[in-house]
Design a protein around this ligand. Sequence first.
Ligand code: ZN
Length: 157
Amino acid sequence: MVDCHVCGGEAIADAFVEGVKVPLCRDCLRYGARPEYYSRETAKRFSAPAPERKRERKPIVTRRVVDGYAKTISEARKARGWTRLQLAKKSGVAESEITAFEDERLHPDLKSAEKLEHALKIRLLKEIEEEPHFSLASRETSGEGVSLGDLVDFKKP
Ligand SMILES: [Zn+2]
């Protein structure tokens, strides 16, 4: 039996917490991960000895907006000598949105990020491979920022 790195309880899986692989118990895994990581499916997987693993486990590639997008956008815009209004016209993204992105008040959605990438010739999106089991379909559309859950990476079986 392996002890949980955090509370000393019974560890059920290894997880990467801020880049360090540590054994964690169910509670601490749940605590560290966002709810969508810990779906009913996941809980079942931890308790069932050998879930059918016949299905293809192709990694799911999702795209996310890079950290520091606010600075990237505003610096690229200024380097071109454009006002926010000019960038809005060239990119098709509303000026109010651009302002909010640059102030880091709003996380760009994928569509806007693509438009800004195109207009400014910058990279705002990065591709991330997810384990199918932890498919975060909501992430693609929600455009949330980084949370503690992003730092937890379950070990592949
Ligand atoms: Zn624990």
